[in-house]
Design a protein around this ligand. Structure first.
Ligand code: NAG
Ligand code: NAG
Ligand code: NAG
Ligand code: NAG
Ligand code: NAG
Length: 471
């Protein structure tokens, strides 16, 4: 049985195992022979050539160390062309290889566009990391044509990966294998069901979210990518640009002028386990009810009727609270506190809420992103549940607690300034690559598959370098 490490890196403090300091060692990693590709054929020439070029670069251009490419692209990759029939049989039976191959088959796009979100396991995009480049499948356009959400998510994913591979963090996520395939869930699924603690796939893969650690850490081998919406919003930010944005928030929305209420706006999404339930029984429906019962504490309303409740707006209007107009994200800072709650899946706006100057009240999530564990309750956000939300909101809004709440906002903003920049997200993504590779290698080894046969079986030559698709 494979021993899965876990989806988030281990470290003594329980947060991501990187820090600004570790970046400085980044360049040095590329000097260790083990860091060079090891799965190609007679790699000795490659090793010697790369080693010499590394020495030359270091000797003559010490300031260039950080930007050393991971791989020497001038060395061609050779694959063993023959696989024994016994090996081929093992390969065909392997879950990862079967799903990867299936993802390359022509798909029924009509079926997918009419069944969205797709059931677990149906929807991922296969990619290959090869010689330090991201390679896209030949059917990428077809996959992207399914709907707008798929197009958007996959574009940001590809842009993020390409940027990270070109960044100074490339060595952090430097993969040891010249060719490393992976599957990325583009829909909300990650293959792990928290209610049953079941993991639908034996192999590691990338997804947007992972189960919260309260469900345990060793059972779900999905790796959370930096969020596509955070990449879309913050990829051009740096710490300096945040400084002026954060200062401007305080100018436009000073604490003393804020409405003394907690705000929630959102759509009627809910976990699939609530299929068939009444709106007011879903977590978000309950939250809106709380607001209707406690209007002096909570201003909560639905802005959008989707999924199971899509066509029920008129019928439900008189049982719940519906906002007449959408409130622009920035205007939400007019409120002292904002409530954040999972929808179908994870709350993708959590990170952006930590970048504004209202306190975030976070309803205990079932799904989290890679960064959640470095945030501390009552330091970066205020934790709550649907059972204690009114009590928590009353505490947050109490005038005696204003100082504590402002401290929480400032700690959240400090986190945002450091973590929601293009550079930091690139770093975090490369870190996840590295973790993925370790786990993927263990998975293949525990399935008695050597990386070289696996790679030649997958025909990586059908993949091409992903273009810039942000136009
Ligand atoms: C594709 O999906 C649609 C909608 O679910 C279905 O009507 C159609 O028969 C499917 N086509 C094929 C070739 O399976
Ligand atoms: C930070 O971002 C701003 C705005 O995008 C840009 O003008 C500035 O040059 C950047 N600063 C650094 C140090 O990269
Ligand atoms: C709410 O509206 C629906 C449809 O318009 C109606 O059938 C129902 O009686 C109303 N319920 C209440 C509580 O007013
Ligand atoms: C409210 O619930 C959350 C989540 O279970 C918990 O972390 C928090 O301590 C609770 N707060 C109070 C005041 O009971
Ligand atoms: C397909 C779908 O409904 N995805 C949603 C998952 O949850 C996030 C945040 O809660 C939404 O932004 C997505 O639209």
């Amino acid at each position: 049985m494979p021993v899965y490490i876990r989806h988030l890196p281990r470290s003594a403090s329980g947060v991501r195992g990187h820090s600004a300091e570790s970046a400085d060692q980044g360049g040095l990693y590329s000097l260790t022979p083990s860091a060079l590709p090891t799965d190609n054929d007679s790699s000795m020439k490659f090793v010697i050539a790369s080693f010499l070029s590394v020495i030359i670069v270091i000797f003559f251009f010490p300031d260039k160390i950080r930007s050393l490419p991971i791989f020497d692209l001038s060395v061609p990759v050779h694959y063993r062309s023959t696989i024994s029939s016994k090996t081929a049989a093992i390969l065909r039976r392997n879950g990862f290889i079967a799903d990867f191959t299936r993802a390359l088959q022509p798909m029924n796009t009509t079926h997918l566009s009419t069944n969205w979100p797709p059931p677990d396991g149906v929807f991922y995009i296969p990619f290959i990391l090869r010689n330090g480049r991201l390679q896209c499948p030949p059917n990428l356009e077809e996959i992207q044509s399914i709907n707008q959400l798929t197009r958007e998510r996959s574009r940001y994913l590809i842009d993020m990966m390409r940027t990270a591979l070109d960044s100074r963090w490339q060595t952090t996520g430097q993969v040891r294998h010249q060719t490393l395939p992976f599957l990325a869930f583009i829909a909300d699924q990650n293959g792990c069901d928290v209610s049953e603690r079941s993991n639908a796939f034996a192999y590691p893969r990338f997804s947007w979210s992972v189960p919260a650690t309260k469900f345990g850490v060793d059972w779900c081998n999905a790796f959370s990518l930096p969020g596509y919406s955070n990449w879309a919003s913050f990829r051009n930010e740096n710490e300096t640009s945040w400084d002026s944005k954060l200062a401007s928030n305080w100018r436009k929305y000073p604490w003393s002028s804020k409405k003394n209420k907690a705000l929630w706006r959102g759509s009627t999404t809910c976990p699939p386990s609530f299929m068939g339930a009444k709106l007011n029984e879903t977590p978000r429906g309950k939250l809106v009810q709380m607001g209707m019962k406690n209007p002096d504490l909570i201003d909560s309303a639905f802005v959008n009727f989707v999924n199971f409740f899509k066509d029920k707006k008129d019928e439900l209007r008189n049982q719940t609270n519906v906002a007449i107009k959408r409130m622009p994200f920035e205007k939400q800072m007019a409120y002292k506190a904002i409530i954040d709650i999972d929808g179908n899946n994870w709350s993708s706006r959590f990170a952006s809420l930590l970048c504004i100057n209202s306190v975030v009240i976070k309803i205990d999530p079932d799904y989290i992103e890679y960064f959640f564990r470095e945030l501390k309750p009552m330091v970066h956000y205020v934790p709550a549940s649907l059972d204690n939300i009114t009590q928590v909101v009353a505490y947050v809004l109490h005038k005696d607690n204003g100082g504590e709440m402002k401290d929480i906002v400032n700690a959240a903003n400090l986190w945002c300034r450091k973590s929601m920049t293009g550079d930091a997200m690139a770093r975090d993504l490369m870190f996840q690559h590295k973790e993925y590779e370790t786990e993927f290698t263990n998975y293949m080894a525990s399935n008695s598959i050597d990386m070289e046969s696996m790679v030649s079986f997958l025909h990586p030559n059908d993949f091409v370098n992903c273009g810039s698709n942000m136009d």
